[in-house]
Design a protein around this ligand. Structure first.
Ligand code: SF4
Length: 217
């Protein structure tokens, strides 16, 4: 099966398993989505949601976080990994939003990526899930699956993003981002590859005999 056919098969299977793709990070508005994405680095979405459900009813605008200050933000998010660094980013990002963007989350990659703590992946998630712009946010999980499925052999997420954007139609990028994450969590975990039994690999690689070993992003 060539790359194009594999991509078609993958879309078909993912659409069947995940016909809808609810956003896993709970949020109240685009700003709180941005905060949650930032908090989710090296942390599960469930953990982030468990913490933010006590924060967002009261604190859901950049002004609120500026008023809180770094120390109080630290206290609120201390159950999340690397909370001191994240509290600093949230505080500085909120301050910048108030001072330079009138308290609004900007709608371009360029402006988003200039915010403290916001990298290309975070910006991509906000652009696609917050603003509905077709973006393909690639994290280490999507990178792993793209390699295992033979869609990219890039050494890093930058190359994987380029490869996946070439293979899949633009209008599917945002949905596929979530579908691939869901599939990775459910079936194609970092330390486990069953090699022969998963729906996607048994359809795309029917004669594969051994599990796949992938390079880290
Ligand atoms: S067999 Fe399953 S776990 Fe292994 S690469 Fe394929 S989808 Fe992932």
């Amino acid at each position: 099966m060539n790359e194009k056919d594999r991509a078609k098969t993958i879309i078909k299977i993912l659409n069947k398993i995940y016909p809808t793709t609810p956003i896993p990070l709970k949020h109240k508005n685009i700003f709180t989505l941005l905060v949650s994405v930032l908090l989710s680095a090296q942390c599960t979405d469930v953990n982030v949601n468990n913490v933010t459900k006590f924060i967002y009813p009261k604190h859901n605008k950049p002004e609120h976080f500026v008023k809180l200050g770094r120390k109080k933000i630290e206290k609120l998010i201390k159950k999340i990994g690397i909370f001191r660094i994240k509290a600093k980013s949230i505080y500085l990002m909120s301050k910048q939003l108030v001072e330079k963007h009138n308290g609004k989350v900007p709608k371009t990659f360029e402006e988003l990526e200039k915010l403290p703590g916001v990298g290309h992946k975070t910006a991509s998630v906000v652009m696609s899930q917050g603003f509905g712009y077709p973006a393909f946010a690639i994290d280490t999980h999507i990178h792993r699956l793209a390699q295992r499925w033979g869609l990219s052999n890039g050494k890093d997420v930058v190359q994987t993003e380029k490869d996946l954007k070439k293979i899949f139609p633009k209008k599917m990028w945002s949905k596929l981002h979530l579908q691939i994450i869901f599939y990775g969590r459910e079936y194609c975990k970092a330390r486990e590859c069953y090699g022969l039994t998963c729906k996607i690999c048994s359809s795309c690689y029917p004669s594969r005999k051994k599990p796949i070993i992938t390079k880290k992003a």
